[in-house]
Ligand binder design. Structure first.
Ligand code: ADP
Ligand code: MG
Length: 706
C-alpha cells in the first residue's frame, strides 16, 4: 500500500476533481447558460433542450479529458439500491471510425427501459419503458475503477405516463412542497427576500468491517448481510473500549483511501470514528441539499464496499449483522434553510428570528406527532426490525427530544404564561416581539431519542444503516409541509401577525406536546409512559407499512402532489414484497446451513468423541466426559433436525401464500420465530463443539480480528 501523500497533492486539490460541480460549470459554461442552470436548480425554470445541448457538450469534454469512455444515468429504483446502465460516448462516422458524442437529449432524458425493476403494478410490461431525467440539483461525477472511468448523471426515473418509479421523484416533489409552504409562512412573517427553502441533510453512516477471508467462509453474511447463527464471545462490547478508541492502522488506511475517493467526487466526508460495537465504525459528511445528500449517501455505501475489498475486508451495512452487540443506523440530520442562507431552526439572536424559529420548531413537533406512523413507516424494513427498540437504537415510539430549556420555553407559551424564569437564564417574555434570545446550544445530549433537536437541526435516528435516505426525508418533508400550510392559512388571514404567531405556537404545542420527551428512551418506563400518552409503538415493519395506503396518507400526499394513491399502493406492495423476500432468503440460508453444514459437522464431532471414549477405555483411562458430551451433541442435533423441518414447513407455507400482505405476515409471524428456534439449537452446538470442528469462523474472529 502506498502512502497517500497529502503534502504532494493537497486535499484542496483532490476535492471535487471528479465532480461536475457548479464551480466547474461556472468556469466552463457561457455566463448566460450558467445563470440558466442556477435558475433551474432553484426551481424557477425548466431545463430546455437548447440549454441541455450546451451543458452536454461541456460535460462530455470535461469527462473525456478525464478519461471517461462511458456515461450512465444513475437512478434509485424502489429496490433501494442504485441502478445504472452504461452507454459509450461513441457514434459511428460512417467510414469505420467513431466520434465521441453526447447530446442534450441524452443528458436530460435517457431510456433505460429497465422493465425488470419492481413497479408495483405501475407499468404493464408491454409499455415497460421507463425514462430517466437529469436531476440538476445533484451534480454529475466520474466513477473510476482500476481500468476506466464513467460519467455518472444523477437522475429521476419515471414511467411513460409520468409516474414515479423511483425514490428520487417523490423526494424532489416533497422538497418543492415544503419550500412552497415554508415560503408562504416566511412571507407572513415579513420576509420578502428568500425565494426558496431547501432541506439540508447530513447522514451519519454506521458500518462494520470484517476480514474478507473470514467473510468468505460465512455464507449467511454473504447472502443475507447478517449472521443467521453465532454466539457472542467472552468479550462483547461491555468494556466500551471500542467507542472513539484509537483507530487500527489497517482501518485507518482504509479510511484514508475512502476519504480520498469520496473527496474526489465532491462528497465532503468529514468525521470518522470507532463506534460502540467491536469493528463498528461511523462516517459523517458535511451536510448537503437533500437531493445531493441522498445521492451521495448511496455513493458512500458503494464506495465503502469497494474500498473495503481493496483492503482485504468486507463492509457490512446491514442493520444488525451480529446478535448481542449494537446494530448500525444512519442518523439523518435534517434542517431547513432558505436560498439566502437562513437556517430556519437556528434560534437566532433577535426577537424576529426567535419567533420564526419557535414557529418552525412548533411545526416540526406537530408534524412528528400527527404523522408519527408515517415517520415510523419510512424506516420499516426487515433489517431495521432487529434494531429498533433493542436498547441500542431508539424504540419504535416516535418522540422528540428538545432538552430542558427549550421545552420550558414551549411549555410556558402553551400555558399562556407571559413571563417566567427559564433554565437557560433570564426572564422570558412571551410576546413575540419580546422573546429572549435563546442560547446557542440549547440542547443537551440525548442519544436515546428517535428525533432530537441538536442546536440548529433535527437528528432523525431511526433510519437503518443500509436503507436509502430518500424515503425518510420525503415523508418528513411532506409531514412538515402539511403543518406549515395550515399555519400559513391562519397567518395569511390575520393582520396582527405577532399575536397570530403566538396563538398558533400556543395552540399547536399544547395539543402536540405529548410527543416531546427528554428522558431515557431505552427504558421500559418510557414504553409505559408513551402508551399512557397515546403515542403509537408499532414494533414491526409489516404493521407499520400499512400507513402507506391509509386514506389520510393518500390525501396528504395527493394534496402536496408528491405521490398519488396508485404510487403509494405500488410502494406498499413493493416494500412488503421486499420484506418477504429478505426473510425468505434468510430462512433458506438457515435451513441450508443447519442441514448441510452444521448438522454433519456436529455429528462428525460427536462420533469422534465416541471414538475417543472407546480409545481411552481401551487403555484403561475411563472417563465418561467424552461420551456425555457426544450424547448431548446428538440430542441437540436431533432437536435441530426437527426444528429445521418445522422451519421448512412454515417456509413453504409462506412461499405459497398468494396475497402480499398475508405473505409478509406469514414470514413475520411464522417463519421468523421458527428461524429463531433453529438458531437456538445451532448456537447451543457452537458452544460445545470444539472450535476446530466448527464449520465456520465465529463471532470472536469476525468481531475482533482486523
Ligand atoms: P453531532 O456531533 O451533534 O452529531 P455534528 O455537528 O458533528 O453534530 O453533525 C453531525 C451531522 O449533522 C453531520 O453530518 C453534519 O453535516 C450534519 N449537520 C450539521 N448541521 C446541519 C444542518 N444544518 N442540516 C443538516 N445536517 C447538518
Ligand atoms: Mg449525531
Amino acid at each position: 500500500m502506498s502512502l497517500i501523500d497529502f503534502a504532494k497533492t493537497p486535499v484542496t486539490e483532490i476535492f471535487g476533481t471528479n465532480c461536475f460541480s457548479n464551480a466547474v460549470m461556472k468556469e466552463r459554461l457561457p455566463k448566460n447558460i450558467y445563470k440558466e442552470i442556477l435558475a433551474v436548480q432553484a426551481g424557477e425554470k425548466e431545463l430546455t433542450l437548447a440549454i441541455a445541448e450546451v451543458v452536454a457538450a461541456v460535460m462530455r469534454d470535461w469527462a473525456i479529458e478525464k478519461g471517461a469512455s462511458h456515461y450512465t444515468h444513475l437512478f434509485q429504483p424502489l429496490t433501494g439500491l442504485t441502478a445504472e446502465k452504461h452507454d459509450a460516448f461513441i457514434a459511428p462516422t460512417g467510414d469505420g471510425k467513431v466520434l465521441m458524442e453526447f447530446s442534450g437529449k441524452e443528458l436530460i432524458k435517457g431510456e433505460p427501459d429497465a422493465s425488470s425493476f419492481p413497479s408495483g403494478g405501475l407499468r404493464a410490461t408491454f409499455e415497460a419503458r421507463g425514462y430517466t431525467a437529469w436531476d440538476v440539483t445533484s451534480p454529475a461525477f466520474l466513477k473510476q475503477d482500476p481500468t476506466g472511468t464513467t460519467l455518472c448523471i444523477p437522475t429521476a426515473f419515471i414511467s411513460y405516463y409520468g409516474q414515479a418509479l423511483d425514490k428520487k421523484v417523490p423526494l424532489l416533489k416533497s422538497i418543492d412542497a415544503l419550500s412552497r409552504e415554508a415560503i408562504r409562512v416566511l412571507r407572513t412573517l415579513g420576509n420578502e427576500t428568500s425565494r426558496r427553502v431547501f432541506t439540508t441533510v447530513g447522514p451519519e453512516q454506521e458500518y462494520f468491517l470484517v476480514d474478507k477471508e473470514l467473510y468468505d467462509k460465512r455464507p449467511d453474511l454473504m447472502l443475507t448481510g447478517r449472521t443467521i447463527f453465532g454466539v457472542l464471545p467472552a468479550k462483547g462490547q461491555e468494556m466500551e473500549d471500542h467507542y472513539f478508541g484509537a483507530i487500527k492502522e489497517r482501518v485507518a488506511a482504509f479510511m484514508r483511501e475512502l476519504n480520498t475517493e469520496l473527496w474526489k467526487v465532491g462528497i465532503p466526508a468529514k468525521t470518522q470514528h470507532n463506534e460502540v460495537a467491536p469493528n463498528q465504525f461511523e462516517l459523517a459528511p458535511i451536510y448537503l441539499n437533500s437531493s445531493a445528500a441522498v445521492d451521495s449517501n448511496q455513493l458512500v455505501m458503494e464506495t465503502l464496499r469497494n474500498v473495503a475489498r481493496r483492503h482485504g475486508m468486507e463492509c457490512l451495512l446491514h442493520e444488525k449483522p451480529f446478535a448481542g452487540v449494537n446494530g448500525s443506523g444512519k442518523h439523518n440530520n435534517w434542517s431547513m434553510a432558505t436560498d439566502d442562507g437562513i437556517n430556519l431552526f437556528d434560534p437566532g439572536e433577535n426577537p424576529e428570528s426567535n419567533a420564526r424559529f419557535l414557529l418552525f420548531a412548533a411545526a416540526v413537533v406537530e408534524a412528528v406527532d400527527r404523522y408519527a406512523l408515517l415517520i415510523r413507516g419510512s424506516v420499516a424494513t426487515s433489517g431495521n426490525d432487529h434494531r429498533l427498540g433493542a436498547n441500542e437504537a431508539p424504540p419504535a415510539i416516535v418522540s422528540i427530544f428538545f432538552g430542558g430549556p427549550l421545552t420550558e420555553i414551549f411549555d410556558n407559551i402553551a400555558e399562556g404564561k407571559t413571563s417566567g424564569k427559564s433554565e437557560a437564564g433570564g426572564t422570558i417574555k412571551i410576546g413575540v416581539s419580546s422573546l429572549p434570545s435563546l442560547p446557542k446550544d440549547v440542547s443537551d445530549r440525548n442519544r436515546t431519542s428517535p428525533f432530537a433537536f441538536t442546536g440548529n437541526k433535527f437528528e432523525f435516528r431511526m433510519v437503518g444503516s443500509s436503507q436509502s435516505i430518500a424515503t425518510p426525508n420525503t415523508f418528513l418533508n411532506v409531514a412538515v409541509a402539511q403543518v406549515l400550510s395550515e399555519f400559513a392559512d391562519k397567518l395569511e388571514k390575520t393582520s396582527n401577525k405577532n399575536e397570530a404567531v403566538q396563538a398558533i405556537i400556543k395552540e399547536s404545542y399544547a395539543k402536540h406536546k405529548r410527543v416531546v420527551f427528554n428522558g431515557n428512551g431505552y427504558t421500559d418506563e418510557w414504553v409505559r409512559e408513551a402508551e399512557r400518552r397515546g403515542l403509537p409503538n408499532v414494533k414491526n415493519a409489516v404493521d407499520s407499512l400499512s400507513i402507506l395506503t391509509r386514506s389520510e396518507t393518500v390525501s396528504l400526499f395527493e394534496n402536496h402532489k408528491v405521490l398519488t394513491k396508485e404510487e403509494l399502493e405500488s410502494r406498499y406492495h413493493i416494500y412488503l414484497e421486499k420484506y418477504s423476500k429478505q426473510i425468505n432468503i434468510e430462512a433458506g440460508v438457515a435451513i441450508e446451513l443447519a442441514r448441510r453444514t452444521v448438522f454433519p459437522a456436529a455429528i462428525a464431532y460427536a462420533s469422534k468423541l465416541a471414538t475417543d471414549a472407546s480409545a481411552l477405555a481401551a487403555i484403561g483411562a475411563v472417563s465418561t466426559a467424552p461420551e456425555k458430551r457426544a450424547k448431548r451433541i446428538a440430542e441437540i442435533c436431533s432437536e435441530l433436525y426437527d426444528d429445521t423441518s418445522k422451519l421448512e414447513t412454515v417456509l413453504s407455507e409462506a412461499q405459497e401464500t398468494g396475497d402480499v400482505l398475508a405473505q409478509a405476515k406469514a414470514y413475520f409471524e411464522k417463519v421468523q420465530p421458527a428461524m429463531k428456534t433453529v438458531r437456538t439449537k445451532v448456537d447451543a452446538l457452537e458452544k460445545i463443539v470444539a472450535k476446530e470442528a466448527w464449520p465456520f469462523p465465529g463471532y470472536e474472529e469476525l468481531l475482533f480480528k482486523l
